[in-house]
Design a protein around this ligand. Structure first.
Ligand code: NAD
Length: 508
């Protein structure tokens, strides 16, 4: 078996880096495996960049920066318009690449592309977005205005679950603002990022404006420590987000680090239960639960609601089509790697030990035995309590916890007491209750009868509590603020004979 694995390791391509407008092969010594999770087969290896390659990428970005920043915003937008066209043309090919390395269905991958392209479209409006403010006559003959200027070289570190969309949350806005960029995608599905860099270059971007270095923790640390990186955007799990924030912030960088989640959906007795059950199905099990905005906890107010909802979900889960994401009939694909599969399975074992009721058990689903892929069936855990680890920790798989609450106040308390605060939703027919929930809930993104309240590109995305380290949310207006800094300019054009200066504090 080991021989066979070694053999196939030699046969698969090596995913390298993209530095200064050129593809760089990277080292074969330090590298990782990239799998097709539906087949359980290695499809590539990925080179891990060391400090030298990271430095080469940062140097390319630094050298490209002054002339890129000097290009008028409308011309930078011209590159992004062409990039958007190429992304639309290549949407299906990119989606197929995402499916092959991540495992999500083709439809879902196309949806990811669409949401990413929307950020590029937002960034095309950069001439408008960069407009400052002006006040005439702040003092006699004195005018003042504010401008937003780029920061320099920015870095982005992204997770496996959206290999196209999350990079597109970052670099289109960063470069539109006049920065240059070094992207470090997930080592689990790195190929799409290289393809994005090729397309960006083909759109007319000068070499060095966007660079991609592949790698894992060491590559990230080399970026965080690099003195010439001004700002770091991160999306991934909470422990790594906290590490990235602490390390980069200590080195004087601006940081936005988005972390993990445990998104609650509260369902009240007056809600349309069948509508809610349909919405929960996609929100909890879509992309095999590997979405930071997946619903992972349903809080049912009242036992009647919980019993009826659980029965409806059981019926629906029986019909769920699980298989290779490349098959158009598939509704749920595999987990991303064998390690991640083992981790998610271990949470179901734990739930049993903690006393939860395993109403639907993904470990015994026929898909588990059908192929060598990293498959797990959908799992529904009932009578989960807030003291259980399966409730407190992020599982990031097709495992939904059902918690029973006696009142809406108790449900809200649960949501607010949780360590994470990414998204939260309420399903109800009462406008008054929905307004109370939206106002009182401690979470960054809220849905009313919407299970996955992901903001559109022209709003900003981000959680609260330990789902975000730093102050800025991502993309939308917050993205422009993150990738620029404010300058206030005060101007006087005095007549040459006028007396200037004075020793008192200037006032109007
Ligand atoms: P991860 O934290 O393991 O990895 C994210 C990135 O950090 C990768 O590029 C990885 O190479 C790097 N990394 C991993 N370990 C590191 C370490 N010790 N030091 C430095 N860098 C390290 O996350 P993942 O498994 O790729 O993605 C899933 C996680 O991302 C989930 O927790 C999910 O909730 C979260 N996520 C959050 C959002 C959000 O918007 N809040 C969006 C998508 C995913």
């Amino acid at each position: 078996m080991k021989e066979a694995l070694r053999e196939s390791a030699r046969d698969v391509p090596l995913v390298g880096h993209f530095i200064g407008g050129r593809e760089v092969a990277g080292s074969e010594v330090l590298c990782g495996d990239v799998w097709n999770p539906a087949l359980g087969r290695r499809r590539a290896r990925v080179a891990f960049a060391g400090a030298e390659e990271v430095d080469a990428a940062v140097t390319a970005a630094r050298e490209a920066y002054p002339s890129w920043a000097a290009i008028p915003p409308a011309r930078r937008a011209g590159v992004l318009f062409r990039f958007r066209e190429l992304l639309v043309e290549r949407r299906d090919a990119l989606a197929a690449l995402v499916t092959a390395e991540h495992g999500k269905t083709l439809d879902d991958a196309r949806g990811e592309l669409t949401r990413g392209i929307e950020v590029v479209e937002f960034a095309c409006g950069i001439p408008e977005l960069l407009k400052g403010e002006m006040t005439e006559n702040v003092g006699r003959g004195v005018d003042a205005f504010t401008i937003r200027q780029p920061l320099g070289v920015c870095a982005g570190i992204t997770p496996f679950n959206f290999p196209v969309m999350v990079p597109l949350w970052m670099f289109p806005i960063a470069v539109a603002c006049g920065n240059t960029f070094v992207l470090k995608p997930s080592e689990k599905d790195p190929s799409a990022a290289i393809e994005l860099a090729r397309l960006f270059q083909a759109s007319g971007a000068p070499p060095g404006v966007l660079n991609v270095v592949n790698g894992a923790a060491q590559t990230v640390d080399a970026l965080l420590d690099h003195p010439e990186i001004a700002a770091v955007s991160f999306v991934g799990s909470t422990p790594v987000a906290e590490h990235v924030f602490t390390r980069a912030h200590a080195r004087g960088k601006r940081v936005q680090a988005l972390g993990g989640a445990k998104n609650h959906l509260v369902i009240l007795p007056d809600a349309d239960l069948e509508h809610a059950a349909g919405a929960i199905l996609g929100a909890a099990y879509g992309s095999a639960g590997e979405r930071c905005m997946a619903v992972s906890v349903v809080v049912a107010v009242g036992d009647d609601v919980a019993d009826a909802l659980a029965a409806s979900l059981e019926r629906r889960l029986e019909r769920l089509v699980i298989g290779d994401g490349a098959d158009p009939a598939t509704e749920m694909g595999p987990l991303v790697t064998a390690d991640h599969l083992a981790r998610v399975r271990s949470y179901i074992d734990l739930a049993e030990r903690e006393g939860a009721q395993v109403r639907v058990d993904g470990r015994t689903h026929p898909c588990v035995r059908r192929s060598d892929g990293f498959f797990l069936g959908p799992t529904l855990l009932d009578r989960v309590r807030s003291s259980m680890r399966v409730y407190r920790e992020e599982i990031f798989g097709p495992v939904l916890c059902l918690v029973r609450a006696a009142s809406r106040e108790e449900a809200l308390e649960l949501v607010n007491a949780h360590e994470y605060g990414n998204g939260a939703s309420i399903f109800t027919r009462s406008g008054e209750v929905a307004r109370w929930f939206s106002h009182s809930v401690v979470a960054g993104m809220v849905g009313v009868n919407i299970p996955i309240p992901v903001p559109m590109a022209f709003h900003s995305f981000g959680g609260w509590k330990r789902s975000l380290f730093g102050d800025h949310h991502m993309h939308g207006p917050e993205g422009v603020r993150f990738y620029t800094r404010l300058k206030a300019v005060t101007v006087s054009w005095p007549a040459s004979s006028a007396a200037g200066g004075g020793f008192s504090m200037p006032t109007s």
